[in-house]
Design a protein around this ligand. Sequence first.
Ligand code: ADP
Ligand code: MG
Ligand code: ZN
Length: 422
Amino acid sequence: MSYEIVIGLEVHLQLNTKSKVFCGCSTDFGSEPNTQTCPVCLGFPGSLPVLNRKALELGAKVAIALNCEIAKKIRFDRKNYFYPDLPKDYQISQFSQPLAQHGRLSIEILQPFGLQDEPSGINTEKNTPMVQKKIQIRRVHLEEDTGKLFHQKDSSLIDFNRSGIPLLEIVTEPDMNSPEEAYLYLTALKSILEYIDVSDCNMEEGSLRCDANISLRKKGDTALGTKTEIKNMNSFKGVKAALEYEARRQMDSLEKGRRIIQETRLYNAEKGVTEPMRSKEEAHDYRYFPEPDLVPFDFEESLLENIGKDMPELPEPKKNRFIKDYRLSDYDAAIMTSDKDLAAYFEKCAASYENPKTIANWLMGDISAYIKEKGVSIKDLNLKPESLSGMLKMIDSGVITGKIAKTLLIEIIQTGKDPEKL
Ligand code: ADP
Ligand code: MG
Ligand code: ZN
């Protein structure tokens, strides 16, 4: 039998405010445990939350970048559950009226599928045409992070420094139809979030976390199948791998005539499998009710206007501009704008060298390979844009061959000297 994969993603994003979302404690990462706490984020009785204006602004910035409709009124709700990392026994979140809804994000799919393993990176050979697909954003809402548990052999420790750090939850409609599309969505989302500078987006440090919901249905069916939710992935590749495993597991089950159990499963990266964690909770289990300590208020129009004015050029318009201004192909422009630092670097080179396509080729070829091998970023690379331009000019004027340039490039990076001198 032939099945269709259906995936919806929930991303939790730590917003990079200086202080927490409902108190003045610092959000610095890596401090001594429990040094950034106060009665509010420790949930002491009688303490009162005050909303961090910056957190709201950053949340709205994301909502605008994702083409969402922003709520006219801001309200918070209590999500009640017991867990040792949640000192109040409830999380302040948004339920009935999220900060924003009905957004979308375009992902670009290379044809044919599966040709590339790394959409943001880089390979000059692949000049395959691309198709766009819109992923709908169901909701974006603001909430607070929990503390962090450390499990030891016969005890557990808790650090409340993370408790009360602002989180933005970004939930998609079940619009993705392969693990690859989920991967592309995450890559595109991260690129936008980095452009607008709202979060570190570091999955390993936990500033970006992703829960992946997946179900199968028979080809042609319109009703959704029973889903499972997978947690505990610490990279985008991990999300893709977990979804691939889970799709296969569900398919095997269905083929054997079994039913899928709606549950939360944990990804075990070492074994490459998902394992049952708990049966699925429902919204009513949380006894959501309006947060009485935070008064609902109108979202000021002027605040929105200011955020709009502040918005940098986003990946998609930048890509279209690169196609137009630099005569790049769709594919090259997509890659040059996939990362905001790369885009800035490209533009600096293009200002002092006349053939943008050649710059893109070097960035996607030898420079990308070097960056990957050394694990550095383009920003930290010891290669001034003018040095790259200078080297390319030397090839054009016949001073060096392209082959020599490959060696010279590494020397420039390693010594920081001008190409002409070397
Ligand atoms: P829950 O109440 O379990 O959190 P929601 O309906 O709120 O479920 O959806 C959470 C996420 O799961 C969303 O991203 C949504 O798109 C996705 N989702 C919902 N139902 C399915 C399904 N049957 N298959 C795949 N994804 C789904
Ligand atoms: Mg959920
Ligand atoms: Zn605090």
